[in-house]
Every structure is written in C-alpha cells, then in structure tokens.
Design a binder for this molecule. Sequence first.
Ligand SMILES: Cc1ncc(C[n+]2csc(CCOP(=O)(O)OP(=O)(O)O)c2C)c(N)n1
Ligand SMILES: [Mg+2]
Length: 369
Amino acid sequence: MAEKKKTIDFKALLADINADFPVYQAIDEDGKVVNEALIPDLSDEELVELMTKMVWSRVLDQRSTALNRQGRLGFYAPTAGQEASQLASQFAFEKEDVLLPGYRDVPQLVQHGLPLAEAFLWSRGHVAGNHYADDLQALPPQIIIGAQYVQAAGVALGLKKRNKKNVAFTYTGDGGSSQGDFYEAINFAGAYHANAVFYIQNNGFAISTPREQQSAAATLAQKAVAAGIPGIQVDGMDPLAVYYVSKMAREWAANGNGPVLIETLTYRYGPHTLSGDDPTRYRSKEMDDEWQKKDPLVRFRNYLTEKGLWSEEKEEAIIEQTKEEIKEAISEADRVPKQKVSDFLKNMYEVQPQSIKEQIEFYEAKESK
Ligand SMILES: Cc1ncc(C[n+]2csc(CCOP(=O)(O)OP(=O)(O)O)c2C)c(N)n1
Ligand SMILES: [Mg+2]
C-alpha cells in the first residue's frame, strides 16, 4: 500500500512561529553598539538621567533588603538585575500615563510619582501607603498574579473612550503570563484596540518554577498572536533596547492602534521575596554568574563612560544621595501614626457591610482602652 501523503508539517509550522520573535538588542554586554537602528533618540542629559535612575534603584534594593532584615520594612520583592527592564521601560512613559504595577515594580511606581515614604508604608501594610495623591496616575502594586493586567485593560479602554493620547502600562512576570487574567486582558484590550502596553518581565523563574516548565511556547511574546496584537521580545538587560521598544509601543498604543505585548528577558539576582525564599535550592551559581555578566548597570556604565558622560565620582555621589533620600523617607514613614485595625477596616468599603461595621465597633472599643 502506498504511504499516505503528509499534508501538514507541524514541526515546520512551529519553527515558522518561533522565527518571528527575535530578541531586540541595541548594546551588548560590554556596552558596545550592536544595532545602531535601536539606539534611541535621547539627549546626553536624558541618558545620564536614565543611568541615575538605575543606580538609584540598585541602591534602593540594597537598602530595602537591609531595612527588611532589621525589621524596619515589611514585604519586599528584590529588584536587582531587573533595572533595565523596570526603569528604562518606565522612562518611556508620560506622567499622565497610568501605571498598574505588580509587587516587584515599586521602583517604577516611585519614579512615576509615589513618594518613597508611602512606598515604605505600603511595604509595612499601612493604609497610608495606599492613599494616592489625585495626580498620581497609578494603582498600588498588585499581589494577585495577573490581576493588574485585567485592570490595565479596563483603564486602557477608558482612556480610549475619552480620546486621550495616554496609555495604561502594566507588568507581570513569566509566571503571570500563565494566568487566565493575562489572556483575558490582552484579548479584551486587543478586541477594543485599547491604549495599553503590557510587559512580561521574564526573569526565568516564578518563585522556583523555571521558565521551561512555565510554557511550551518558545517565547512569551508570541502569546500576543492569539490576541491579534504585536508581541516583541527584548533583551531586558539592555536599557537602550528596552527604552526604544517601550517608546515605540507607547506611541503605537497612545495613537489608538491598540495594545502591545513586550517580553523583557531579565533576571533577579536575589530571592523571590524576603519572606523565606532560598534561590540556591533551584538556581546554580553558574547560572547566577552568567546573568551577572549581562548586568544592565555594567553595560550602560561602559556605554556612557565611552561617551564621556559617566565617572566613578558621579556614581558615588548618586549612591550617597540615594542613601540620604532613603534615610529621610524611612524616618518620614516612622513618623506616621501606627495603623489601627479599625483604620484598615474602614479603608475596605465605601459603604460598609454589617459584618465589617460590627468589627469596626469591636476594634474601636478595644483601641480606646
Ligand atoms: C493568583 C495568585 N496565585 C499565586 C500567587 C502566589 N505567587 C506569588 S508570586 C508567584 C510567582 C510569580 O512569578 P512571576 O510571574 O514569574 O513573577 P516574579 O515574581 O518572578 O517577578 C506566585 C505563584 C499569587 N500571589 N496570586
Ligand atoms: Mg518570574
């Protein structure tokens, strides 16, 4: 009997899909330009400003870790390693754009306008850390994986309906990109051509679950295809490529063309959070070392030094200034009166249900003693 003709080559089909998602990179690990076309149009001052923010973030991470260990901060999710992914993306947005962060995105939130003292209060679980000024276009960091994506889709549709040239931008992780909320959000935003930029910060792990076990998809950026929106994979350790891609995506979305999904390839040097995670149980030293070689600060420092825009003294001064800023912010947070249980119960609902009313009464009686 003649062999049946093979009509669908699934292997080739898959290879075709995967080939469409190259990694965008502007400068390499040494800070040398590898793709001139992706070098963004930033002035010398702006380049220095971006590096300053990244150094600020690295110092904030070191100090937050120390403050947590001293019992002076509450929840903390380390950010070192992710500076380009976080700060160079946020740098591409306007103050009027709405940020919907996840728990690891405190640096972007502070750069978007949240006073550092309030970020510290949020870490402590204090209600005062959730009361945002009217002109701060952001929501508090989301702990429920992926939920901020759905909210971002809604905010983005609202911006579109009001004919705003602004966008909602939001972040989740490689793990977050497996959530139902993730797919619902990009699908909804795509269907309505809403003004949204969605980030997946792929740091290789969802707590201890490695990226390979997260999805059979070769890239997470290609999840955009099913939503009918553009998906881009970018070197998340390269601040210039992250900025370039973000700026273009923002422009596309702000002009009413619909959302963009951006996957940044990055790494967190520290543990998942400071609540007991031990990364040595699921990551090797070799892997850590490989990623350290891609460090976003090192390569941007090299790039700027080559251009005569950076020096050790300059960096030292920024480090000292940041430490001072953190010291002041933590003592400002310390001066805020301790939270009462009744305070956060009152913060929960605009119209309180009976059960909450009863609890408020109970705690107020207790607190007045
Ligand atoms: C809906 C939901 N499920 C589970 C958790 C518990 N959880 C907290 S962080 C996390 C992993 C998230 O990993 P990823 O999205 O890669 O982000 P990363 O922490 O690496 O930045 C999980 C499962 C949660 N917060 N919310
Ligand atoms: Mg992750």
